[in-house]
Design a protein around this ligand. Sequence first.
Ligand SMILES: Cc1cc2nc3c(=O)[nH]c(=O)nc-3n(C[C@H](O)[C@H](O)[C@H](O)COP(=O)(O)O)c2cc1C
Length: 199
Amino acid sequence: MEFAEVVRRRRMVRDYDPDRPVPPEVRERLLEHALRAPSAGFSQGWAFLVLETPADRELFWSVTAGEGAPDAWLSRMRRAPLLVVPLSSKAAYLERYAEPDKGWTDRDEARWPVPYWDVDAGMAALLMLLTAVDEGLGACFFGVPGDRVPAFRAAFGVPADHRPVGCVSVGYPGDGDRRSPSLRRGRRPVAEVVHRGRW
Ligand SMILES: Cc1cc2nc3c(=O)[nH]c(=O)nc-3n(C[C@H](O)[C@H](O)[C@H](O)COP(=O)(O)O)c2cc1C
């Protein structure tokens, strides 16, 4: 697929065909492409938790979505045959930038204009979203609620210095896919968001 078409077609898919698993070679391509993302100082302070078995996926949903009957969003998202949780490690960036070529030996977080560890994991997530489209699949990036992160870490043995930046669900789109009501806001036009030369 042409790159411009991949970009144009990319949208969040929130329902999946539960009977069509993600082919292993596609799963591996998604992950390989994620690792092609740029990272500050080439820190690569990211990790990716891949959940594929029904038991692992159910565990993810049970610790992140909480109790009670699943709502429509959750019922559809639960059908995704593959979940990839990108995690970021702030510690890895503080260590990398304390090396001689960077020299931030005080490891002072105030030096960072924005949390590059999360920026980089987000870039990796976008590459997964685009790769899914290129392979004819659908994907969705969604958040993991902050108050669920301790339970998530405990369930999957994730070390305390790694934080999930969200989760990417992947699979072949299902019939019940719904566009987000947020889209009613409309895409902001170039003239409104682009400032050329001066604000
Ligand atoms: C940081 C981030 C967090 C998001 N969290 C959620 C989420 O929790 N649930 C969800 O259904 N979509 C989530 N989305 C998807 C957005 O709703 C979606 O990207 C936006 O409405 C534009 O639609 P499109 O991506 O289909 O073009 C998230 C997207 C981003 C970038």
